[in-house]
Design a binder for this molecule. Structure first.
Ligand SMILES: [Cu+2]
Length: 477
């Protein structure tokens, strides 16, 4: 009898001890439940694309506090085109978050009081209901909090999951969270954050002014814009990424969608390593890697030769007509044994005429002022002309003639529009040098040609002038 009672008491005490220790564990994720012990606490460094937070050097798990603020904000989709973006942190894509496997993340989502809508966050790095979506449903002027342990390593998308979900993502609500493996990622010289997204506007590509979200086009999955880092030209010109010959580069590539799958490619390089879909498998010697909507990839390469590497979605009309074009300038000494440059150029007379492209329907735009044309023309130039004539209009010797101070059209500006409408082939002389190439005719609307021609006439030290859509229409005939 006495011993029975004692045994019972002992059992109660044991159960009590067990539950106490469980309680402690649940708040600190200690090792008895298979999780790493949490030591210390830090606030996550968050960065705006294309920057990436510094690699994690800790060899232990810690408590990481993440503070992310949703901001609804009008910004440029393209020079001259404005859009009301919904952002995680004030830019598209959202801030890059970098943690280590085993970390215990205390996540704070703030919804700026000036915002109009509720938002939340679904982090693909979370094991738990909705990736945190239900726990973070946040009204304007509120802050919510939840916590999770980073169970899996990888590069994960996060996005807003408030209804209508497609519209929240389609307005720019996505970003990347990297969960580094316990030993860290191999060291590289440079890391960049590049995230693709598709956008749907009331107006067509390049139509100036404040553009509204277009649900019909979103449902049909027919975007007007497909861009890296939230804007046409976010990674070109002064904003190009930079590296030196011999350096290793790692691109953390995300795709927010909401609809398109990206065929991510870098013109002029080969990926030495790819972590497909942002997971752990390592693939080598890859030309183009698929990045699913709501997914990612990590690509790594050594910069072998000096070049302007072009980042593209190789679904290529998106790149040259909708914006998904970025640049990585690799500077350094040439290595002719890796890449010679052009060694010869001779006349090859094939049968038939120069190739042209089919006509597309003319999209009518409202008349713009000269200054508006120049602004819009600059953006059209970036997507339709710059690849050949270069951003500074100086062209490339022996291949593409200069538009900068060109004496070819100085006395007859209508030659600019003529070339864009009809294309040009055969020998011409520009500033004393002979060119014998082919310029394909450009499939642009009358208004777009008027804008880009006006831009060319008023840039690169040229003499000025203005072209109207009516001029272009007359010249088409
Ligand atoms: Cu949202």
């Amino acid at each position: 009898m006495y011993t029975k009672q004692f045994k019972f008491l002992a059992l109660v005490v044991l159960i009590g001890l067990f539950t106490v220790s469980c309680k402690n564990n649940s708040s600190t994720s200690a090792s008895s439940n298979g999780l790493e012990e949490i030591k210390g606490e830090e606030v996550a460094v968050l960065t705006e694309a294309p920057n990436v937070p510094p690699p994690i050097t800790r060899n232990y798990a810690t408590k990481v506090i993440v503070n992310l603020e949703v901001i609804e904000k009008e910004m440029e989709m393209m020079d001259g085109v404005r859009y009301n973006f919904w952002t995680f942190g004030g830019s598209v894509p959202g801030r890059f978050i970098r943690i280590r496997q085993g970390d215990f993340v205390e996540f704070h989502l703030k919804n700026n009081p000036n915002n109009k809508l509720p938002h939340n966050i679904d982090l693909h790095a979370v094991s738990g209901q909705g990736g945190g979506a239900a726990a973070t449903f946040t009204a304007p002027g509120h802050e919510t909090q939840f916590s999770f342990t980073a169970m899996n390593t990888g590069l994960f998308i996060y996005h807003c999951a408030t209804a209508p979900v497609g519209m929240h993502i389609g307005n720019g609500m996505y970003g990347l969270i990297l969960v580094e493996p316990k030993g860290g990622l191999p060291k590289v010289d440079r890391e960049f954050y590049v995230c693709q997204g598709d956008f749907y506007t009331k107006g067509t590509y390049g139509e100036a002014g404040l553009q509204q979200f277009n649900m019909d086009k979103a449902l049909k999955e027919e975007p007007d814009y497909v861009v890296f880092n939230g804007k046409v030209g976010s990674l070109t010109g002064d904003k190009s990424l930079k590296a030196k010959v011999g350096e290793t580069v790692r691109l953390f590539v995300g795709n927010g969608g909401p609809n398109l799958v990206s065929s991510f490619h870098v013109i002029g390089e080969i990926f030495d390593n790819v972590y497909p879909e942002g997971g752990t498998t390592l693939n080598h010697n890859v030309q183009t890697t698929l990045v699913p909507a709501g997914g990612s990839a990590i690509t790594e390469f050594k910069c072998d030769a000096p070049a302007n590497l072009i980042l593209v979605d190789h679904s290529i009309f998106r790149t040259f007509n909708k914006g998904s074009l970025g640049m990585l300038k690799v500077e350094g000494a040439e290595n002719k044994s890796i890449y010679t440059g052009q060694q010869d150029d001779r006349i090859y007379q094939a049968e038939g005429a120069a190739q042209t492209m089919p006509d597309v329907p003319v999209v009518a735009l409202k008349p713009l002022t000269k200054d508006e044309k120049i602004t819009q023309g600059k953006a059209i130039f970036a997507s339709s002309c710059q690849a050949c004539h270069q951003a500074d209009g100086k062209g490339i010797e022996k291949a593409f003639p200069p538009l900068a101070g060109s004496d070819y059209f100085a006395s007859n500006p209508s030659l600019v529009t003529r070339n864009i409408i009809h294309g040009l082939s055969g020998k011409i002389t520009v500033n004393g040098k002979v060119y014998d190439g082919v310029m394909p005719k450009q499939t642009l609307s009358d208004a777009q040609i008027a804008s880009v021609a006006t831009y060319v006439l008023n840039s690169f030290g040229n003499k000025g002038g203005e072209v109207t859509a009516i001029d272009v229409a007359k010249q088409r005939k």
